[in-house]
Write a protein that binds this ligand. Sequence first.
Ligand code: PEP
Ligand code: MN
Length: 279
Amino acid sequence: MKGLKYSSLIDENGERRRQIEIQIGDVRIGKDFCVIAGPCSVECQEQVRQAALAVKKAGASILRGGAYKPRTSPFSFQGLGKIGLRYLYNAGKETGLPVITEVVDTRDVYLVAEYADILQIGARNAQNFSLLTEVGRAKKPVLLKRGMNSTIEEWLNSAEYILEQGNPNVILCERGIRTYETYTRNTLDLSAVAAVKGLSHLPVFVDPSHATGRVELVKQMSLSAIIAGCDGLEIEVHPNPKTALSDADQQLLPEQFEDLMIDVNATLKFRKNLHQCGN
Ligand code: PEP
Ligand code: MN
C-alpha cells in the first residue's frame, strides 16, 4: 500500500518490521492475547467497580469505560466527564487492571492521559486529524478504532497521523463498517483484520460489541475474530445491562462474559495448534 511511512509491515529499506509490543504493567499487548472489557459508559463508582471485579475474575486484562461519550443524539447521555475518569481510575486501581477510555476533544487529551493507561479514538473521530495529532503527542498508547466508513487505507493513514508525531504505540481496532445491512448495528469486516495483519506491524483488535450491536452475536464474532488473527478483543460488559445509560442491547452480563472467556481460551488453543501445523 503506497504512502504508508510508519504503519506498514515493510520499512523503507524493504525490511520486515517486528510487530510492536506495548507493556503496561503485566500486560503485553501485541505479545499476549488481551481482552479489554467493561461498560460502555462509566455511570457511577459502584457500577464500574462491579464491572471491573467481574471482568477481572473472568480473565480480562484491561478495563474499559467511557467518560466522554460521542453520542449520535445530543439528548442522549453524554458521559460523566472528569468524575467518570476518576471512577474508572479507582476501579482500575482496586482490581489492578490498566484502564482505557475514549478521548473526543483535543482539549481533553492531557486530562484523559492523567487517568488512563490507553487513550481510545472512537470510530466517529477516526479522521479527526487534529485529535489524532494531539494523541500522537501524548505519551500514552492509543487504540484507534476504524471509522465506520473508512477504507483499510484510510484507517492506516489515520494511524500514520499518530505515529508521525513520535508515538509508536498504536493499536488498531476493527469495530464494523456501515453497509446496507441494518439487522446488525454495523458489518464486522473480518477480512480487514486478516488483511491488516499482513500490511502493518501494529497489533489489531476487534470490538464485536459495536460491530454487531447484539448480545447474542458477540461470542461467535469474538471467536471468529480470533481465527481471523486478531491480537485482542474489546467487549462491553455491564453488571446490569437492562439499566445501562448507553448501548443496553449489546452489553454482556458478567456470566455471559465468563462463558465467552471459556470459549475464547479454547479458540486460542485451537489457533495455536493451527500455527504449529504450519498453517
Ligand atoms: C466505544 O467503544 O465506546 C465506542 C463508542 O465505540 P465506537 O467508537 O467503535 O463506536
Ligand atoms: Mn458502547
